[in-house]
Design a binder for this molecule. Structure first.
Ligand SMILES: Cc1cc2nc3c(=O)[nH]c(=O)nc-3n(C[C@H](O)[C@H](O)[C@H](O)COP(=O)(O)O)c2cc1C
Length: 249
């Protein structure tokens, strides 16, 4: 028997995909019912995977555990931001105290290469415009970035780990799984935001969860119900498929 494709309207599906946006402001006191969270995770597991290995694990932080992680992240971010804004003296203090220094994914802070930089700059500028962040104000930018460490008020933060042995395939599989989860969240009226920002202090998460040493932290993912804040309607520019299509020689 032929396997049936249950969506009849492909155009509606395209519209649904296009309507997903990253959520950066969540309703704080609206938890995700357990059955809904279970469904999102079940949907995540229907993504394709390298030899069906599923080379990822997920730590689900809620309640007090999430609050403890957030408090420690915020302290570290504060120390890091202060050090970065206080010239050489600040950097020396950072190296001595080590408070705020990345403990994982250090490469994340590397500048973008020229080919990709304009795209990152564009989304940064347009997002900050919506948020009302004054151009050139480091303090306002830092305050906005700090919201990453409150998980934008989300009731659930996922920490997604990938198996070290499969290299790029682990990251690719986790990405597929994450997108399934985000789309399922969108279908259930929830919002989500992937958060590379939380990848730099993995030791904080490991203090709370029994994470295997074979795995490394890829990204966080904030999950919950979106508020009506303008930031949640922000439509990031999407480049056309033409721009990523490789030309014939
Ligand atoms: C792996 C990954 C990490 C991300 N990390 C962050 C982050 O730390 N903070 C943030 O606000 N957005 C983060 N984002 C969201 C992107 O900025 C967003 O997906 C992009 O601007 C496109 O916008 P859209 O998701 O609304 O289409 C991340 C996205 C991905 C895929």
């Amino acid at each position: 028997m032929k396997f049936e494709y249950p969506i009849n309207d492909a155009q509606e599906f395209s519209k649904f995909l296009a309507s997903r946006r990253s959520t950066r402001d969540f309703i704080k006191d609206k938890p995700i019912p357990q059955n809904i969270l279970d469904q999102l995770l079940a949907d995540a597991m229907t993504a394709p995977s390298w030899s069906n290995t599923r080379p990822f694990t997920v730590a689900i932080a809620t309640g007090e555990v999430k609050e403890r992680i957030s408090a420690e992240f915020l302290e570290r971010w504060d120390a890091l931001a202060q050090a970065r804004n206080s010239g050489l003296k600040g950097k020396i203090r950072l190296l001595i105290t080590r408070k705020g220094l990345p403990t994982s994914n250090r490469a994340m802070a590397k500048p973008y290469v020229n080919e990709l930089k304009p795209r990152a700059q564009r989304v940064g500028k347009e997002l900050y415009d919506v948020l009302g962040v004054t151009r050139g104000s480091k303090a306002e930018r830092d305050a906005q970035w700090a919201k990453n460490y409150e998980f934008f008020g989300a009731p659930v933060e996922l920490f997604i780990y990938i198996h070290k042995s499969l290299g790029i395939w682990s990251a690719s599989d986790a990405g597929l799984m994450i997108e399934n989860l985000m789309l399922s969240a969108h279908a259930h009226g929830l919002g989500a935001c992937a958060q590379g920002a939380v990848g730099i202090w993995d030791d904080v998460v490991r203090k709370e969860f029994d994470v295997s040493g074979d795995y490394r932290l890829l990204t966080g993912l904030a999950l919950g119900y979106p508020t009506d804040a303008a930031v949640n309607s922000f439509g990031a520019h999407r480049i056309s498929a033409d721009e990523i299509t490789i030309k014939r020689k």
